[in-house]
Design a protein around this ligand. Structure first.
Ligand code: ADP
Length: 447
């Protein structure tokens, strides 16, 4: 096992990884920008190294600076968290080349799943069902119209290098193709430096269902059930639940087993998530994330398995600690992402936390680096806390979620606690009756 791990991230996920390491008797090294000197994960880590100024490209994305910090502090391994360098195959290779274990999959698998077209081709070979669409990249409006006529409009153009819902545009009809295609390409070029696009049939009322998987890299692989992440705004997840209120046991078993079989065939190493859209009883693979997900704690809550601990154990060469039949899904869990944003306008609102009180009690977990007096820097993602609540039934969980949100105090900044409260009081949400477009209809899509 490792003695010392460097955490190449910030915020709640850096803290989350620190906690798993400490429970395993592993020392931690925090790396941080000058804007994060007072961050909680920096305070709690055994060692901390400042790696650069606030812009992420100069610090959290600065591979030479991170590897230098790893060398100076003598770590064995590097955990990338999510976002930043977590799906950067070059970073995974650079870690290996410098003698540090990258806590994640192989660079080959990261690269394979990072290119959406290769990912979809691979998924097809692995026997996963796909959304109908173009077999490869689309380069002309004529091609879009031709494929669109075959699979039916509306269609969705998506960036091959996509992520975070950017570089994606719905094309309602052939006459809109030119305009939407050029807009999507401009957005993709700006966001990813790559304007290669592909085409999918646009599904009108799907749910987003994703399967958590773990592989040992040697051919063993399991799934840990699904998460329903259909509550989204601008393709960003807002509130997640496990299990999904939309699946029956047969559907759950079918998609879980397909995902686990894919992991075994790939000899995938570490934690990953296979994302599907689900409509009219059918699943459609959209992508695989080769990293820990923001919403991983709801899977932990219903399985009792510490995913970060498993990532670390697998990276250190360990076998999976359990078999598929040992994985039991018990009860229900929800996660609310709390962002430092106005609940109505969604304008980000970083600043000083004047008052902080997090909810507690049975079945309540808060992952957050906030504390009273903390000044939230304006440079990074606006998510400041995750409230994870579990109960023996969905109903118990939702009541617990209600009272936990009532207890949560984050003073000094605007947060989306009010938005979360609004969502959980809607009858459709209580009934579990929502698709990926439901939330945008509730809040209105403000541009
Ligand atoms: P990204 O990598 O940018 O997150 P994804 O392919 O994972 O892109 O899609 C993100 C979200 O966009 C999905 O959760 C879903 O809400 C929506 N989406 C993606 N593909 C489709 C589709 N074919 N039809 C309808 N909505 C889609």
């Amino acid at each position: 096992m490792f003695d010392k791990v460097l955490i190449a991230n910030r915020g709640e996920i850096a803290l989350r990884i620190h906690r798993a390491c400490r429970e395993m008797g592993i020392q931690t090294v925090a790396v941080h920008s000058t804007a994060d000197t007072d961050a909680m994960h920096v305070r709690l880590a055994d060692f901390a190294v400042c790696i650069g100024p606030p812009p992420a490209r100069d610090s959290y994305l600065n591979i030479p600076a991170i590897l230098s910090a790893a060398t100076i502090t003598g770590v064995d391994a590097i955990h990338p968290g999510y976002g930043f360098l977590s799906e950067n195959a070059r970073f995974a290779e650079a870690c290996d080349a410098h003698g540090f274990t990258f806590i994640g999959p192989t660079a080959e698998h990261i690269r394979m799943m990072g290119d959406k077209i290769v990912a979809k081709q691979t998924a097809k070979e692995l026997g996963l069902p796909l959304v109908p669409g173009s077999p490869g990249p689309v380069t002309s409006v004529e091609e879009i119209i031709e494929i669109g006529k075959k699979i039916g409009f509306p269609v969705l153009v998506k960036a091959v290098a996509g992520g975070g819902g950017r570089g994606m545009k719905v094309i309602e009809s052939p006459d809109k193709a030119n305009e939407q295609f050029s807009m999507a390409r401009v957005e993709a070029k700006a966001a990813f430096g790559n304007d290669a696009m592909y085409l999918e049939k646009y599904l009108g009322k799907p749910r987003h269902i994703e399967i958590q998987v773990l592989g040992d890299g040697k051919g063993a692989g399991v799934h840990l059930g699904e998460r329903d992440c259909s509550l989204q705004r601008r393709h960003q997840k807002v509130l997640e639940e496990a299990p999904s209120p939309a699946l029956n046991a047969e559907q759950r078993g079918r998609i879980g087993e397909l995902a686990a079989a894919a992991v075994r065939k790939l000899k995938y190493r570490g934690a990953g998530t296979m994302e599907f859209l689900f409509q009219d009883g059918e699943f459609y693979f959209i992508e695989m994330n080769t990293r820990l997900q923001v919403e991983h704690p709801i899977t932990e809550a219903v399985t009792g398995i510490d995913l970060v601990r498993e990532q670390i154990r697998i990276a250190a060469g360990g076998d999976l600690g359990f078999k598929q039949e040992d994985v039991k899904i018990t009860g229900h869990a929800n996660e609310c992402r709390i962002n430092a944003e106005n609940s109505e306008t969604f304008v980000p609102c970083p600043g000083k936390i004047t008052d902080y009180h997090s909810p507690g009690g049975l079945g309540v977990r808060v992952d957050s680096g906030l504390y009273t007096g903390y000044v939230m820097p304006p440079y990074y993602d606006s998510m400041v806390a995750k409230l994870i609540v579990s109960g023996s039934t969905r109903n118990e969980c939702l009541m617990r979620l209600r009272r936990s949100l009532e207890e949560f105090v984050i003073g000094g900044i605007d947060t989306t606690i009010a938005l979360q409260q609004r969502i959980i009081h809607q009858q459709e949400f209580i009934d579990g009756d929502y698709d990926i477009h439901w939330l945008e209809k509730l809040v209105g899509l403000k541009k």
